[in-house]
Design a protein around this ligand. Structure first.
Ligand code: GRF
Length: 201
């Protein structure tokens, strides 16, 4: 399955997807960034993957930006979209177009802490555990049905930085795995629900 990976920054999840691609049923046909200087673009170029930059600041509205993204992605014959640190809110134009074939990874145990600053919020709430969620993307921000979560324990010495590092270790294992489930057809989105091997979760 040909996938596009959408990034805004470092691209460590993109790198994990690149590293696993040889053993997987997905092929990264495009890396698209809304930030011209996103570090992840270099990772894509090094791996010989086509890149596209679409600077959101050049568009009058979110809808115009999303429409332009759809055109680029579709022109690369992409079947699924993998959001990997893509820091733009998407409109229904985009989420409806890729409904059931777009995944996001979010650094919290959803439905806890949608949005930003998740590590800080988990620390401030004195949570004992934290983690990541991978979900299908719907029009609701960080609100689509969850496919998989990985948990980490929060200890007394944890900081925002240490939590981010621990969560990312898990992200780099989980995201290629779940992306491959989608690529292989094991993972599906039907009736607003997650299905794995023909069984609803
Ligand atoms: C990840 O922690 C992911 O959960 C969040 O954004 C971060 C992206 O990191 N959505 P990277 O650019 O993949 O290193």
């Amino acid at each position: 399955m040909r996938i596009a990976v959408l990034i805004s920054g470092k691209g460590s999840n993109l790198q994990a997807l690149i590293d696993q691609a040889d053993q997987a049923q997905y092929e990264i046909g495009l890396v698209l960034s809304n930030r011209p200087h996103a570090e992840g673009l270099q990772k894509a170029k090094k791996a010989g993957i086509p890149t596209a930059i679409l600077d959101h600041a050049q568009f009058d509205s979110r809808e115009a930006f999303d429409t332009a993204m759809i055109q680029i992605i579709d022109s690369h014959k992409i079947e699924a979209v993998i959001l990997a640190g893509f820091m733009r809110i998407l409109t229904p134009i985009f989420t409806d177009h890729f409904l059931g074939r777009m995944l996001n990874i979010h650094p919290s145990l959803l439905p806890k802490y949608p949005g930003l600053n998740t590590h800080q919020r988990a620390l401030e709430a004195h949570d004992k555990e934290h983690g990541l969620s991978i979900h299908f993307v719907t029009s609701e921000l960080d609100g689509g049905p969850v496919i998989l979560q990985a948990k980490i324990a929060i200890t007394q010495d944890d900081t925002i930085d240490s939590l981010q590092k621990k969560v990312q270790v898990q992200e780099h294992i989980a995201y290629p795995l779940v992306t491959n489930w989608l690529a292989s057809g094991d993972l599906m989105f039907k009736n607003n629900q997650v299905w794995y091997k023909n069984t609803p979760l």
